[in-house]
Design a protein around this ligand. Structure first.
Ligand code: ADP
Ligand code: MG
Length: 729
């Protein structure tokens, strides 16, 4: 009999921190209440200082250091009024998460007088010990000095815990004593600058730069996640330590009925989402969309897009709040790419575009797209970039977690390709064969019932199997994993597009000459685009990216297919990539090599932690339980035979059980052996673990899942998939 363990939610004694029974004020009343921007700045800073800081925040203008003391004092007063006792420089080390070192505002002078203090210097620069952060060989352990530097472009904010501890967080970059980036923000900011500079050249060529002072990257990240009852997570070492289940038999029902996607949101989940949204709104994070995702227990949250740097910071805060608030509702929020084998995993769609600071989206095709030569230049530049740098783009999303997703028929394959849709594909055809003359229109859909409206139809469909899809007026990089810190893939994307726009601008300047007539420019553009389309359109593919046919076709097109992170990550430090990043001032060769080393080390460390977790679970929980079940079965066989009754079926079941237990023991020995042996240099170790450890872990899982599906439920020591995903929702 299926008897789920008691799923008593571990909702904190006092319950969720928000009372949802009271009518709530509209979100616009408290949006951004906990950020030092907008109204707060205007009210608290002298007008000239406020204007100067606003120019930095909104337009990236350099901040006058002379204003720092005034800004710091106002920030401190505001933070203290909201209950803050400490401030921190909040930064993004190469760990893939964020870091913060808190300092009290309190300071005691030589007369023993205690005062709250926060100077301009403390706002602008911090000096944390950098030796315990990964540096990929840039620094030795004894070379400890590092600096954090205020990124005034991203507003400071107040983080409050459920218990009411409030800290002022100041977004910063993090560099070593030698000035090299030890974080993901510094290269991101440099890449935003690089792509903006090249984009401006294109605008100048088309004469559309009037009134534009700069181009900005825009970014909106859809985040998928699972919610699992916390009491169950606490009973599973794998979920608690690794964020994913390392064993677990399939439940009788997954998402075959497609009844979870966009289904009615369970009320406990909706309360959770409401608290998440409220906290994000207070932090000035414009979350917009919430819904059930494909898998049972899986959900999504998506913001309205923002400028790339701010969007990246906000994405990191969103992941933090998703995890933090889950505890108030008795949930654990799992952000892992593949918490449950056989059940859809989680991604983070990275919606990316470029825009002028006057608000013109440079990837908006507009109505008569075939006449919109500037758009076509940007589009073809992206196509060229993805084709030329497909391996690097693939490597930018490579991780141990994402290895379970990419190419697993639920997420885009590891082959980078672009979905364009019918209208743009038709325009590429026209560009390739000469002069584009028309734009395919979507038309309308008549639904056949008079009471229903006529629906305007898009000129292109959607394609969920494409890793990099054009979705109307932006590119959606769909292959990004759900735990990914998006600074890195966006740094790669910006840099490779910067290179491609540079190529386009240089060619157009050469072909059309200075101050060309409209006709001459058009001829130059058409000529260039024709060549680019011919050479690079092999990377465009609108069909089913999951199919084996595409894998074969992609191979004949010569598109790279780096199936795992062990193969993809070493590409980052390839010589051409070193040149690419240094040419555009995004990263030095040393900085790039460091990144590649850190990512490879992380990959190995994650696999080794998973292996040790699996070994512990198998040896201390699953094997002992299996032996208990074996003894029960053997007793039953013995007692039955003593009673003079033959029981060949039970004997066979016992034999089979003993065989599976032996296989499990052999398997876990192989897992232990795989991590105890092998080379130590990161690249070789990654390959070794991929080739020996991963298959050994799969074999253990098979034996364990077989036992789980046969053993008495009351003897099986772990919460099952059915309990975690289907019961109590
Ligand atoms: P879907 O699930 O169909 O992909 P959503 O509406 O859920 O669509 O998500 C689309 C995401 O793309 C949102 O986060 C949105 O803000 C973002 N987005 C829209 N326009 C742009 C743009 N110009 N630049 C960057 N992101 C954008
Ligand atoms: Mg999407």
């Amino acid at each position: 009999m299926f008897s789920p363990r008691s799923i008593e939610s571990v909702i904190l004694e006092e319950g969720p921190t928000m009372d949802l029974s009271e009518p709530r004020p509209p979100a616009s009343d408290y949006f951004g209440r906990l950020t030092f921007t907008g109204d707060v700045m205007m009210r608290r800073l002298p007008p000239d200082v406020a204007m100067s800081l606003a120019a930095t925040i909104q337009h990236g203008a350099p901040l006058d250091p002379a204003l720092a003391n005034t800004v710091a004092a106002a920030m401190k007063d505001w933070a203290i009024e909201h209950g803050a006792t400490h401030f921190c420089h909040w930064f993004h080390p190469l760990t893939g998460s964020t870091a913060e070192k808190h300092d009290a505002f309190l300071s005691v002078n030589s007369d023993g007088i205690a005062l709250e203090k926060f100077s301009g210097d403390a706002l602008i620069v911090g000096e944390p010990d950098a030796s315990s952060f990964p540096s990929g060989g840039i620094r030795d352990t004894y070379e400890a000095r590092g600096y954090t530097a205020w990124d005034a472009n991203s507003p400071a904010f107040l983080l409050t815990t459920a218990e009411g501890v409030t800290t002022l967080c100041i977004p910063t970059a993090f560099v070593s004593y030698t000035g090299e980036a030890l974080d993901t923000k510094t290269p991101l900011l440099r890449s935003i600058q690089a792509v903006a500079k090249q984009a401006m050249r294109i605008l100048k060529i088309f004469g559309t730069d009037a009134g534009v002072s700069r181009v900005v990257g825009t970014l909106g990240c859809e985040q998928e996640y699972f919610l699992v009852d916390r009491s169950l997570v606490n009973e599973r070492l794998d979920l608690a330590v690794c964020g994913r289940s390392l064993v677990g038999a399939m439940p009788p029902k997954g998402h075959q009925l497609d009844d979870h996607y966009f289904g009615a949101i369970p009320s406990r989940v909706l309360s959770y989402m409401t608290e998440v949204e409220t906290r994000l709104f207070e932090l000035g994070i414009p979350v917009k969309t919430r819904h059930n995702e494909v898998a049972p227990g899986q959900y999504e949250i998506a913001p309205t897009f923002e400028t790339a740097n701010v969007a990246v910071d906000h994405q990191m805060v969103t992941m933090h709040i998703l995890r933090d608030v889950a505890r108030n509702h008795g949930f654990e929020c799992l952000l892992h790419e593949k918490p449950f084998a056989g059940i859809n995993g989680s991604g983070k769609h990275n919606n990316w575009s470029l825009s002028t600071d006057t608000g013109v989206n440079l990837l908006d095709p507009r109505d008569e797209t075939h006449t919109n030569m500037q758009f076509l230049v940007f589009l073809c530049a992206v196509i060229r970039a993805v084709d030329l740098h497909a391996e690097l783009l693939r490597a930018s999303i490579a991780s141990a977690g994402n290895d379970h997703r990419l190419g697993a028929n639920e997420a885009p394959p590891a082959i980078m390709s672009i979905y364009l849709g019918e209208m743009l594909t038709d325009i590429l055809d026209q560009l390739e064969s000469g002069k584009p003359r028309s734009t395919v229109k979507g038309g309308t859909l008549d639904l056949g019932a008079h009471s229903l409206p006529i629906v305007p139809r898009h000129a292109g469909d959607r394609n969920r199997t494409s890793p990099f899809a054009f979705t109307g007026n932006k590119f959606e990089f769909r292959a990004v994993g759900s735990t990914t810190h998006v600074a890195w893939p966006n740094t790669v994307l910006n840099t490779m597009v910067a290179e491609s726009l540079d190529f386009m601008a240089t060619e157009l300047e050469k072909r059309a000459g200075r101050k060309p007539t409209e006709a001459k420019l058009e001829t130059a553009v058409r000529g260039l685009l024709k060549e680019v389309v011919k050479t690079h359109r092999r990377v465009c593919f609108d069909g089913d990216g999951y199919s084996t046919k595409w894998h074969e076709e992609a191979a004949t097109r010569g598109l790279p297919n780096l199936a795992s992170a062990a193969e993809a990550l070493p590409v980052i430090a390839a010589r051409d990539n070193g040149k690419l990043f240094s040419k555009y001032g995004v990263m030095s060769g040393r900085e790039l090599k460091a990144r590649s080393e850190v990512l490879l080390e992380q990959y190995c460390t994650i696999l080794e932690i998973e292996a040790r977790t699996l070994s512990t679970m198998v040896r201390t929980e699953i094997l002992p339980a299996s032996i208990r079940a074996q003894a029960e079965l053997a007793d039953a066989v013995g007692a039955t035979q003593v009673a003079g009754v033959e029981c060949p079926d039970a004997e066979q079941a016992l034999r089979e059980h003993v065989g599976t237990v032996a296989a499990l023991r052999r398997g876990i020995d192989a897992v232990d052996a795989a991590i105890a042996s092998g080379p130590h240099t990161p690249e070789k170790r990654a390959r070794h673990l991929r080739e020996t450890l991963v298959p050994a872990m799969t074999a253990v899982r098979e034996a364990s899942d077989h036992l789980e599906s046969r053993m008495p439920a009351d003897v099986w020591p772990l919460p099952t998939y059915a309990e975690m995903l289907l019961v109590g929702r």
